[in-house]
Design a protein around this ligand. Sequence first.
Ligand code: NDP
Length: 475
Amino acid sequence: MAAHQEKKPSGERSRKSAQNGSRTSQVQWGRAWEVDWFSLASIIFLLMFAPLIVYYFIMSCDQYQCSLVDPLVDLLTGNKHLSDIWNKTPALTYRAAGIYTLWVAFQVVLYVFIPDFCHKFLPGYVGGVQEGAVTPAGVVNKYEINGLQAWIITHVLWFANAYYFHFFSPTIIFDNWIPLLWCANILGYTVSTFAMIKGYFFPTNATDCKFTGNFFYDYMMGIEFNPRIGKWFDFKLFFNGRPGIVAWTLINLSYAAKQQELYGQVTNSMILVNVLQGIYVLDFFWNEAWYLKTIDICHDHFGWYLGWGDCVWLPYLYTLQGLYLVYHPVQLGTANAVGILMLGLIGYYIFRVTNHQKDLFRRTNGNCKIWGKKPEYIECSYMSVDGTKHYSKLMTSGFWGWARHFNYTGDLMGSLAYCLACGFDHILPYFYIVYMTILLTHRCIRDEHRCFSKYGKDWKRYTAAVPYRLLPGIF
Ligand code: NDP
């Protein structure tokens, strides 16, 4: 699609970049140039501590009513030993292993065996077989886009069970939350390790592999760009978009059901969190084809960062607000509830419109209207590893003229709204906004580094035209 449109006919391609610096620099725009000491230190830190951070948050809720400080105080004052906390932690159970295996197997079946039918009757929805962006090796992968369908089928079955069949309690996720954490970790580590071995011994596309020579970096950031099994099972699309994100809304529903069970009512803050995060998740699936052009899919390689992150980090830490509200049911005053809803909706609007503007612009190769006018843009070029020269455009109007990543700004506003719904008694629910701010600021810098390597002086012209990253006039 867009990737093809960016390419000029073969006659116009040149084997050497005349405009944009040397070929050597041009083909470096995929992941990882070299591993500097800071990246290595960050990676080793994350490999060691990210699983502990997840455990600490979930344990704090289970044993300390979501206080992040009390466990530390207990440990530092000798009131408790690590072994006391560990011994109180629920172990892996056969029940949790069964639930998790069924869950992942069900999502695999929905992903691999049920071609999309939603695009046949939902106007405006893009599903079915779609193409991804051109990879550094010049490959354009095809994907079966059927995430919305998987989400709908899963949720219809969830509600059918909750209101009609009663095979299991809707609190099942909350009730098995820590045993399920062990299952998610097992899958996360297994898939990351498998991806590393596969990258060495039987890669799907050897030209798109990157070996830095540093074991930790390669394990964390991945070797293969688009590992696949068979023609259609794409690791990145499946793990990024299925077991974790489909579960996100179910996890929140399970928390709401637990509130109902414990207190006889669901608070307005829980409804707000369910609704705002539900919109975000549905948006993801409605726009899954667009997602093929985002950094996760078209720039990141598949390693522990995506494999373990999608299995563990996302479902456990992105849902902390709902978990917190089970332990601390917050009933917001009407003005606060409306204010938070507005913040969440405005954030979502900015996030969606900004992403849509870029998608429309790239899909139509600039032949569209942005805010009623023809978009303004900077022409740019880059080289793929086979020496082919490609052409692209960077938009400088619409929200993309306000800041270079205004989509992140909208995302951050929405994230803040989820946290505010939990009130101010504890810091735990605010982890999300702190994390998202670090993630998106780092991502913005990482992306700009990559774009500079890719587009060279054309990127400099773009940053001169749009000088701010996230907040016009400030940053
Ligand atoms: P973007 O969708 O902003 O994509 C960045 C890419 O877009 C660049 O690498 C470049 O790619 C292209 N681009 C940059 N500037 C322009 C321009 N002016 N005109 C046209 N194309 C341009 O980034 P992400 O993929 O990181 O994010 C997508 C969305 O996902 C965001 O809204 C973000 O908030 C959200 N997100 C959410 C996360 C979460 O955990 N909740 C995590 C990460 C992202 P090219 O090489 O094609 O030129």
